[in-house]
Design a protein around this ligand. Sequence first.
Ligand code: BES
Ligand code: MN
Ligand code: ZN
Length: 495
Amino acid sequence: MAYVKRIQITRRSLDSLSPEVLVLGLFEDGELSDFHKNIDEAAAGALSQRIEIGDFEGKAGKTLSIFPGKPANRILLVGLGKREDFTLDRLRQAAGTAVKTVQASKIDTMASEVPGGDALKSAAAEVSQAWVEGLILGSYRFLDYKSDTEDATVMNRITLINGASRVGVERGRAVAEAVCFARDLANHPSNVATPARLVTEARRIARSSGMRCKVMGRDQFTQMGMGAFASVARGADEPPKFILIQYSGGKKGEKPFAFVGKGITFDTGGISIKPSSKMDEMKFDMCGAATVLGIMQAVGRLKPKVNIVGAIAATENMPGGHATKPGDIVRAYNGKTIEILNTDAEGRLVLADALAYVSQKHDPRYMVNFATLTGAVIIALGHVASGVMGNDEKLIDAIRKAAEASGEKVWPLPLWDEYCDDIKSKIADVKNLGAPRQAGTIAGGAFLKEFVGETPWAHVDIAGTAWRDKDQPYMPAGPSGVGIRLSLELLNILG
Ligand code: BES
Ligand code: MN
Ligand code: ZN
């Protein structure tokens, strides 16, 4: 959960606040803003002295605590790096570093400026939003199942004293809390974060902001013709669910944006079973679904003036007496037949039906799916960027812009005809595998393309970015909640 309670903006003077700790951001050039100079004066030069003797160089990721007594007991300097390299994402990172440092000192209130805005071309609201996102996301911990260890320090109050925009702070809160919610959902193990639990969360989100929520069980979606989704769910005793959430913020009848998520709550591989090493990580195979739920939660609070559909295909992928076997052929919602050559390529199967359904029933303006689809995307892009591919250049360009604005990197891969030929089956319309050991991520995208019809669509493969082993300034090791901030930017760009 996010370990930040209240964030407030004040115009009161520092003297009257006398915070336990005051956070200031400094660039490598050592230049103090007018606001910094006032504080330095009140601190009898404690700030400028430490900088002069070289104790603090403003490098990104570095901090220094000083204890001047006035105007705050402690001042925490946080490095912003080089002024000319500064970005909103650097700002988010600095915020994450700052909040973690304060929490580590077990201090539960802090005051801070919103630093670095003058070095950016962004509007004040965007700068405040990024700072608040960094604070909340940086405070994130998941300790739900720890009974005998100390809890992390809750920041009961963060007071922003200089440069804060109310709109930006509120937006940052809504967005970051949605990301933390998605991280929590992903962190819960598969015996807790079941398809039914995803339904509970979807209903809660829908109820809290007047959205419609529709859920179909196994019999219902099988009868409707979702043979691909049903084939994955066959091996699982845990009841699968197809979840739809509809948000109406735009005009009646206006085409919606659609977000579709892969919700494999555990991926054993099915009969094409995975090796046991690191199989536990396959509880994260529902991260695409968590992203869609996070988007809808944030949308419910931000209320953009567009229509949005969120869709999730949720099931376990299990081996068992009823499970689909390699070579089996099934028919998807759009009528195409699929030869299932590997039951571990299940994400594209559940998405095939979800994408076909949403494209036919909701005729979206744009449709974007998020899926931990291929291990191959980690080979191609590591844990740095998500792979993006699709059938619409304008949408892909907009996603790339949204990635830049949100700091959630994406990189495009082509869906050329040669790749699309690789998923043709000898015996059915398509097969769920491409050419052996070749362009595995693209094969996934090429397969999905068969099911989107004419809808402008993009597939974001988040297998490398949905969780990481390494701590980052505003992302502790574990699930990242990737795709939510990106999608909200996308709605800004295309909405
Ligand atoms: N969920 C996995 C992909 C994955 C693997 C995500 C590792 C994150 C880390 C997906 O269902 C899968 O098993 N994909 C196969 C596809 C293959 C059989 C064509 C893969 O990547 O090996
Ligand atoms: Mn799989
Ligand atoms: Zn999977």
